[in-house]
Design a protein around this ligand. Structure first.
Ligand code: DGP
Length: 115
């Protein structure tokens, strides 16, 4: 999508700190980290919100969790644990209309997941 920030990151039109990439997903550091580890796992397919996810994305969504699993193990934060968050729509504060999974870790995260 032309005006989408994450599509621009995928096309290298905007720089980012990429930590993993393959044909289906890109993973990069969040520009505004909320924890020592704060990466965004983003499918290359432009899907605006979780409400647009359909049956044809079954494999992709499962794959995203496999990538998270792999990165957590490779980067050494699997054992201590981490949190995955996907915002959807205005009440969640979703800013970028291209689905993405925040992976947060590297410290003991607060018990509260809403604020
Ligand atoms: P959300 O509220 O779930 O839509 O979060 C979007 C996140 O994306 C937010 O934590 C900041 C991050 N972000 C926005 N623009 C950029 C960017 O240009 N580069 C990077 N690395 N992260 C971005």
């Amino acid at each position: 999508m032309e005006d989408c920030i994450f599509c621009k990151i995928i096309k290298r039109e905007i720089p980012s700190e990429i930590v993993y990439e393959d044909e289906k997903v890109i993973v990069f550091n969040d520009v505004n980290p909320a924890a020592p580890i704060h990466i965004l796992v983003v499918p290359k397919k432009h899907i605006a919100t979780l409400l647009e996810v359909s049956e044809e994305d079954d494999t992709l969504i499962s794959y995203i969790y496999q990538v998270i699993n792999k990165i957590a193990k490779e980067r050494g934060f699997a054992e201590n644990g981490f949190r995955v968050i996907a915002n959807c729509g205005k009440d969640s504060g979703q800013e970028v209309m291209h689905i993405h999974f925040h992976v947060l870790g590297g410290k003991k995260l607060g018990a509260k997941i809403v604020g």
